[in-house]
Design a protein around this ligand. Structure first.
Ligand SMILES: [Zn+2]
Ligand SMILES: [Zn+2]
Length: 110
């Protein structure tokens, strides 16, 4: 596990879906194959939730997003919250994120 680059910032936390440990790539549900094209939505959402307030539903850090419509269960987080995490978390500025640069406004590092 040591020396493996953190390609996605959410690798810094464990995945609640596939039980991948912090620093390890996500795997399929049986844990037999690494997922190399990203992480599970739940893991990404948990990372976003742990770092920023949602600009959309104003849920505080640590609280999951609330759906605007009562009774509707929101999976993941609002896209604005994800973008906010990318904008404010230095760990999010990975090559993977840079590739999305046209859609995201990332201010220069101070
Ligand atoms: Zn996972
Ligand atoms: Zn939200």
């Amino acid at each position: 596990m040591t020396g493996r680059p953190l390609r996605w910032p959410e690798l810094s936390i464990a995945c609640s879906w596939c039980k991948a440990q912090a620093g390890d790539l996500c795997t399929n549900q049986r844990g037999t194959r690494e997922k190399r094209d990203g992480t599970h939505e739940q893991r990404r959402a948990a990372w976003v939730i742990a770092h920023v307030v949602c600009p959309d539903c104003h849920q505080p850090v640590g609280a999951p997003c609330r759906a605007a419509i009562a009774g509707l269960t929101l999976t993941g987080v609002h896209p604005t919250r994800d973008a906010e995490a990318v904008r404010t978390q230095p760990a999010a500025r990975t090559p993977h994120v840079e590739a999305l640069g046209d859609q995201l406004t990332i201010p220069p590092t101070e």
